[in-house]
Design a protein around this ligand. Structure first.
Ligand code: 9MG
Length: 260
């Protein structure tokens, strides 16, 4: 899954049309590099990020999804917490709802997911993006994240979401310390008991905390290591910025697996 940020700070900020074109070009480049899925997000969920309105989010993502649906066979995923945005984006051509709130942001979310009949990614987060990194606490991070995802999956199924369409994600970096992130990465296989698993660790801050600190684009080595750790535990989807490099690493991992 290739990451396409449609937030104003991600591209040229040369006006709405220019930014949408830049996002589409970037997405098509990720498909050329081998992305099977494109994850389009208009609202930043980085630590400290401020929420935006439904209208602003729709303005950012719908034109990009409409253009991509015409131009690529890759699956399109909408990264949003808002059911209104998910509904418009599925109508525009997306087929996956990637929700970092695990369908808990709005009272209408689970019902909307059931009506849409799309694939759904349920991600764990402790707190919301604005404050989640302030002081995350768990007694047992693996069990608490597991039980949360189990509960959200059951809630989605009870509302009518097809179980086979649900992916779970432990939410690396979402209300977690370095130790929490490492514990989750080491236990990804446990989450396979809940169904297919997605992992998003690409360029995240915990990588810089483990080695020399640096900007997000200087975290490729750690991002690839995380993808390989995921592959070793049969994770189904990795959400990454650097598609070509990650594919190459995964191809080698797969080749070794066939020999061993
Ligand atoms: C939108 N987004 C940012 N990080 C993410 C992660 O780790 N998983 C998922 N599903 N979405 C994410």
């Amino acid at each position: 899954m290739g990451i396409v940020n449609a937030t104003p700070d991600s591209f040229s900020d040369g006006g709405m049309f220019a930014d949408a074109m830049a996002a589409v070009d970037h997405a098509l480049m990720l498909v050329d590099e081998g992305a099977d899925i494109l994850d389009i997000g208009g609202e930043s969920t980085r630590p400290g990020a401020t929420a935006i309105s439904v209208e602003e989010e729709l303005r950012r993502v719908v034109p990009i999804i409409e253009a991509l649906a015409q131009q690529t066979p890759a699956k399109i995923s909408i990264d949003t917490r808002k059911p209104e945005v998910a509904r418009a984006c599925i109508a525009a051509g997306a087929s996956i709802w990637n929700d970092v709130s695990a369908l808990s942001f709005s009272a209408d979310s689970v019902e909307t997911a059931a009506q849409l009949g799309c694939d759904v990614v349920l991600m764990h987060a402790q707190g919301d993006p604005k404050t989640m990194q302030d002081d995350p606490q768990y007694d047992d991070v693996i069990e608490e994240v597991y039980n949360f995802l189990d509960g959200r999956k059951n809630a989605a199924i009870a509302a009518g979401v097809c179980a086979a369409r649900i992916f779970v994600d432990p939410g690396i970096g979402f209300g977690k310390t370095l130790q929490h992130n490492i514990a989750l990465l080491a236990s990804l296989g446990r989450f396979k008991q809940l169904g297919p698993v997605l992992l998003g660790a690409s360029r995240k801050r915990f990588i810089a905390a483990l080695d020399r600190d640096g900007p997000a684009h200087a975290r490729l080595g750690g991002s690839i290591a995380a993808a390989l750790i995921a592959a070793g535990q049969n994770v189904d989807i990795v959400r990454v910025h650097d598609v070509a490099e990650t594919r190459q690493a995964l191809a080698l991992h797969r080749a070794i697996g066939k020999v061993g």
